[in-house]
Write a protein of this length. Sequence first.
Lengths: 148, 404
Amino acid sequence: MSDVTIRQGVFPVPIQDPYADDSTQPFWDAALRGKLAAAKCDKCGTAQLTRPPYCFVCQSRDFTWRDLPGTGTIYTYTVVRHPLRPQLQEAVPYVGAVIELDGTQGAGARIMANVIDCDPELVRIGDRVKVEFEPVSETLAVPRFRLI
Amino acid sequence: MSLKDQTCVVGVGATPYYRRGESVPETETSMACTAILAALDDAGLTIKDLDGFAIYSSSCDPATVGAILGVPEIRFAATLTSGGGGAAGSLGLAAAAITSGQAEVVVSLMTLQQAKRRLGGTQVQGGGGGGGGGGSPYGAGGVPPTMAYTAHAGLLSPGHSFSLLTQRHMHLYGTRREALAEVCISTRQNAINRPTSLNRTPLTLEQYFNARMISDPLCLYDYTMESDGAVAVITTSEARAKDLKQKPVYIMASANGGMGRWGTAIFNYFQMPDEYFASSGHRPVAKRVFEMAGIAPKDIDVALLYDHFAPMVIMQLEDYGFCGVGEGGPFVESGAIRFDGGSIPVNTHGGNLSEAYIIGMTHIREAVEQMRGTAINQVKDAEFALVTGGPAGLPVSGSILRRA
């Protein structure tokens, strides 16, 4: 981590590995090939970003991982201006958002992510965004979003 | 069958309130003991009478406290799950223990010392240079698989979480920062004449707007302070309450819970359905608590609303029906929550924002004092008080107290 350059607007990833288990590994595998993926219920299609033990709509246990388009809409956001740790002084202000993803039903599959390379003063709820992945290590690439 | 009016709060006790860390060398356990003994004394009871713990957020360990204080026999020891959302609901838990015949004299309490742990701090230790040697910055236990989904977002603290809810509320309803300011200013006004308040300097609109932004749209004053202390209350049966030292305060209704998909609400979740995302999560609890009490929002004389963040007062006013959903901003801006002349005085004790943050117990203490008629900022002829816990992950809770 010590060689990571911190730049304004980008929250530095504090982990080197996704610490995945069976319910999350396919998400990170997809991330490494540049895709956002969701576990979709085989019965009713409800999407979630981790594969849960049961579908919250129909209680089915069968899910299939599917790639999503990687686009979405800002559902809500905040501009973090106060650095919670001294190391974040160079990173603030940055935009942290909750994003509803295209190809999903929205609630239940929202993603929390950093919206980068934007003017924090101009970001609004409803703005359209697109994912890109920042490589962190051989096992981890994290989703970042940009305004489109 | 309902617990309505079958039990009463008969004792209240507290330590002084301290700024974060200043309660040392006291400990959370020692302060819990101090508050319990004070509450029993207030009721005209002793430790020999205590037989139950009905708490929330696992606020103390009844095994430890019971042993230290020499409680003769513990017959009930339970906590509501999750965190501060259970505060007001702990009174319902006490009433449940008593009305079901499991215990007779039950304490609910919170004790808090933030010298080492800070509730407002980060869930994860974000930031470059913090990892060191490739080890997990999350500690020896490593990172839970789901945490990696959010660790990169930079949304780490309770304040970030409530900023997200507030931003959506502003987007949907046009709620203004002026409304948040009014919550902070009116709450501060109530704290000024109270010796227990940690913040007693008047707050102006200008100061509010000049304060630094922490995470949009929340500035410094929208955040609760960090403090230490303990507050305990004693509940017993109506029959026994009548023979005790204080005028009993009836637990008229209590409810905890929330919609299943409200879930853990904040931190790493934010999957609440659109209909109630920008809310306090209290709507189902509000419905049940008013049904049990058999009264309506217009009957409430004073509302003690959990105020870890100013906007959540506005969302609770909506969810408890003091105004319509989305109308909370204009409602508070009209002066409706002022102690002096408002239609529903809110947080007459100065709340978490200005008096002290003891995770909701100060609100219960104030509700009891209002119903006894002994509050410092006494609402004239107050008959019914609403007290809440949360907004937070499920359960959130509310109770209605009434004077004898």
